[in-house]
Design a protein around this ligand. Sequence first.
Ligand code: AVJ
Ligand code: FE
Length: 444
Amino acid sequence: NVTTDPEALRARAADALETARRRTTLLTNCVDEGELAAQHSPLMSPLVWDLAHIGNQEEQWLLRAVAGQEAIRPEIDPLYDAFEHPRSERPNLPLLAPEEARGYAADVRGRAFDVLEKASFEAAGTSRLSRSGFAFGMIAQHEQQHDETMLITHQLRKGGAALTAPDPEPLARPYDGPAEALVPGGPFTMGTTAEPWALDNERPAHTRLVPPFHIDTTPVTNSAYMEFVEEGGYREQRWWAPAGWAMVREHDLEAPLFWRREGGQWLRRRFGVSEPVPPDEPVLHVSWYEANAYARWAGRRLPSEEEWEKAARHDPATGRSMRYPWGDADPTPDRANLGQRHLRPAPAGSYELGESPTGVRQLMGDVWEWTSSDFLPYPGFVAYPYPEYSEVFFGGDFKVLRGGSFAVDAVACRGTFRNWDHPVRRQIFSGFRTARDAEPRERA
Ligand code: AVJ
Ligand code: FE
């Protein structure tokens, strides 16, 4: 997988960029210009902001910083600086109109391909940014992350369906494996140094000593979560962290976002369509506080980030950390629900071929999984290529999510990939699984 052949690197970078742009085009061509410029939720940017921001980042970090080119339109930089204007204010900025934004992003991409064609991927004498095509990989991952953000905007948008996709395969027979898996105690390698397109926050590889623990073999389902709802989980303060309880009271929460009760049954809105909440699907659109409250109600807890990564990467047979739960091979459709091929998670227990050595399924794809951990740097962290990607978010304001959702592309999905968000956030494609300490007699 870790190739150094320049032509293979060039082809991989071109493919990642083209895949991302096809998705961006789909997400921005399926609604009219008015809807592109409108704000569908104060939580989100107008779609046309994401579109031009994708182009602007590519211009700043690939064309200017890496290739040393002159700015095409320096005057628009502040408009598309995510730190300068909160999302709620972005519709009032003098943004590029949809046609202009499309043209700008296409112009930048054309120049990026010129840079790619001429890039020397010879290992010796190349900067870290061009080595292994990292700069192109980073740009493709950035675009794909904004594609997921745009998909969230589509989910929040009112009105009929603008996007459709086939459903995942139903399970041939209900998953009847064990409910939880035992991950043995002992050292494991967390993070990565070798993964060529890993971002700064995934680096470097380092050893962690993790005591043995049990973890759910599948994400928590809607039917399991519904029990918590029906048994009054949202009315009992004892399950909730103080700020979570305040959130429940302030907004009168009683179920995950997009759920509503009608005639004794729970319905949910999903990309413009109402449907009964599917019992076997992983629960979606819960905040960290809800995930944490459910886990406490169930007599369990959220896994820590290091536990999650050990469950996803540790091979007890070799003691090695793998790139993915199934091994080192890149994701394929029979192993994980990724890339917006479907507009929902697959039933819990799907993707037997994606199972980890200890028997844990759906760690990659389907739903982002909340962990108990704050977003913090690993020992030896170095901000790269700029502090605004990860470093400014370290501290304690953000919780880590792992694994990736159905809306994540394979280029931004691996056992080491880290996502983060505020613990109140629920419009994201977030779910979770639970864990517990292993009994002392099971200690390795
Ligand atoms: C890693 C998903 C939290 O969307 O804010 C996009 C990714 N960084 N542009 C985000 C990102 C800069 C980031 N997350
Ligand atoms: Fe961005």
